[in-house]
Write a protein that binds this ligand. Sequence first.
Ligand code: DQA
Length: 149
Amino acid sequence: MKVLVLHGPNLNLLGQREPERYGTTTLADIDDRLTSRASERGASVECRQSNHEGELIDLIQAARGAFDGLLINPAAYTHTSVGIRDALLAAGVPAVEVHLTNVYAREPFRHTSYLADVVVGRVMGFGASSYLLGLDGLLDLLHTAPGAP
Ligand code: DQA
């Protein structure tokens, strides 16, 4: 199983960015943990980060036929991007939405996700562990129902 991991805007700053909220784990640490976890499970991950909506859309489009699943923290684009939502629908690759923080415990504008109803599942509020939980859930699902929307 091959999983594409996408990190949205400002996540390149993890470790330095609002550490009281997002923790001190860096994005490289998260990617390392995901790589190890995937390999323990006989799977692989490719991890990409972009601050640009169009680049994320290009990567999602290219995932069709190239990856079995997608793990995405769209960051701020969660709350704004019809383009990323449409790309997920077009790609048809099962996706899990992850967030480091519990967005429902934050400002009201973060309570809306344009992706919530087009992903197979969502994990939030567990810091870096959200990604690992999301990867495990996605791999479990892919093993039981490969190609599920
Ligand atoms: C985030 C939550 C978003 O609201 C925010 O814009 C982020 C990070 C999270 O992982 O908790 O950049 O996606």
